[in-house]
Design a protein around this ligand. Structure first.
Ligand SMILES: Cc1ncc(COP(=O)(O)O)c(C=O)c1O
Length: 411
């Protein structure tokens, strides 16, 4: 099932063991065994665009690796990408380079909220959203997503706008995940307009983590929240875009997360200065000769690679969803509109979280991310990374089917 007629460069297996890859070499530490197929931490098993490798090789050919300064061309590569890919006109002075999106979340919370102020997150969500709040002694406000099933039995997550309004009354900031990891939702215009309106009414800053913005499947379209805010403020709401800070990065898009360079887009000057002060306090050297080379080359020369990647991932997603629906009746898959992460509803297996985790590791020999890591609403779910040759995904699902059958869990 799901076999494609043509082979693709992404079908090529690449041995990553021994390369210091967390996903592979971290299995013993994470799962207590090296025998699991690793489908957890969010990177892909694919070679990066040739433009990136060539830029890195060219930089390595120069024998000095001193302190660095990001050239104008690097900023321009990001500006051009955001304009061409997302129709979003970003000004050079709004860009603050950062050493990753997780550090960006922490930086923005530290710079723009005070201890004990409320910060809203919408679980189940990428777990560093929680630690950015609680780890810095801010008050965690949760607006859980709700899972609804339509008449065609399709499940989809929604934001609870009434509860968000209630949270906003006590909050200073909203951490939005757009598209949303782990549930794969691409938020629609009306939903984002509602967020902007709530933010405006209750004086919230919104930090929109758009790290997955380029990994959107054909049926959906990502819209930068900041762009919507810019468009809306020409009407009655003024300075709406000054409430929005966006985290962007080439790391997920082009599979270079190990190189660690990302950006915050901060139209509000006071916010930008506060974030910059926070960065200076940490004394971080954000750029280095290699992450700069990869960042610029990816945005400048990675477009065609991405245009090949997305149909490949989409075919993998579709094959996986079809397999699960046909062969794994106890597991329901929430088909993502974006990201290479599948969100598996395993609640019908009737295993509590520790047992579910053990079942995947010991019985199915699969290393997935337990849904409980992502907070309320994640219990009973597992997150599966399908950014790997399609054959691996189908082999993993076959292991899962065999484990379910052995344990009488397949009905
Ligand atoms: C929503 C989200 N934000 C941030 C990150 C990680 O970003 P970085 O590696 O740049 O810190 C991830 C990685 O999975 C993610 O899914």
């Amino acid at each position: 099932m799901g076999a494609r007629a043509l082979s693709s460069r992404f079908d090529q297996p690449i041995a990553r063991e021994g390369s210091g890859a967390l996903k592979y070499d971290g299995r013993q530490q994470t799962f207590g065994t090296t025998e699991v197929m690793p489908m957890w931490v969010a990177d892909m098993d694919f070679a990066v665009p040739a433009a990136v490798t060539e830029a890195l090789q060219a930089r390595i050919a120069h024998p000095v690796f001193g302190y660095s300064l990001a050239p104008d061309s690097l900023y321009q590569a990001l500006i051009d990408w955001l304009q061409i890919k997302h129709g979003w006109p970003v000004q050079r002075e709004w860009i603050v380079l950062t050493p990753g999106v997780v550090p960006s979340l922490n930086l923005v919370v530290a710079a723009l909220t005070a201890p004990d102020e409320g910060v809203i997150v919408q679980p189940p969500v990428y777990f560093p959203f929680f630690s950015a709040v609680t780890g810095q002694q801010r008050h965690l406000l949760e607006n859980p997503l709700s899972l609804t099933t339509d008449h065609a039995n399709q499940s989809q997550y929604q934001m609870d706008m009434d509860h968000l309004t209630a949270c906003a009354q006590q909050g200073r900031m909203l951490l939005l995940c757009s598209p949303h990891n782990p549930v794969g939702r691409v938020w629609q215009t009306a939903e984002m307009e509602a967020i902007l309106s709530i933010a405006n009414q209750h004086d919230l800053v919104v930090l929109s983590d758009e790290i997955h913005a380029d990994l959107v499947y054909a049926e959906a379209q990502h819209q930068p929240l900041s762009r919507l805010a810019m468009q809306a403020e020409t009407a009655e709401q003024t300075a709406l875009s000054h409430r929005v800070i966006t985290a962007v990065s080439p790391s997920k898009t082009f599979n270079i997360p190990g190189l660690g360079l990302s950006a915050l887009i901060v139209p509000n000057t006071a916010h930008r200065q506060a974030i910059q002060r926070q960065l200076n306090t940490l004394g971080l050297s954000v750029t280095n000769p290699l992450n700069m080379a990869a960042f610029e080359a990816a945005y400048r020369g990675g477009g065609n690679w991405l245009n090949e990647l997305m149909p490949y991932l989409q075919a993998t997603r579709d094959a996986a969803v079809a397999y699960i629906q046909a062969e794994l009746p106890s597991i329901k898959v929430i088909a993502p509109q974006a990201t290479y992460l599948l969100w598996l509803d395993c609640r019908a297996l009737n295993l509590h979280d520790a047992a579910l985790k053990r079942f995947f590791i010991e019985e199915a020999q699969l290393g997935l991310s337990p849904g409980a890591m992502f907070g309320h609403g994640g219990e009973g779910f597992m997150r599966m990374n399908i950014g790997t040759p399609q054959a691996n995904v189908l082999a993993a699902l076959a292991r899962l089917k065999a484990a379910c059958s052995r344990h009488g869990l397949s009905t």
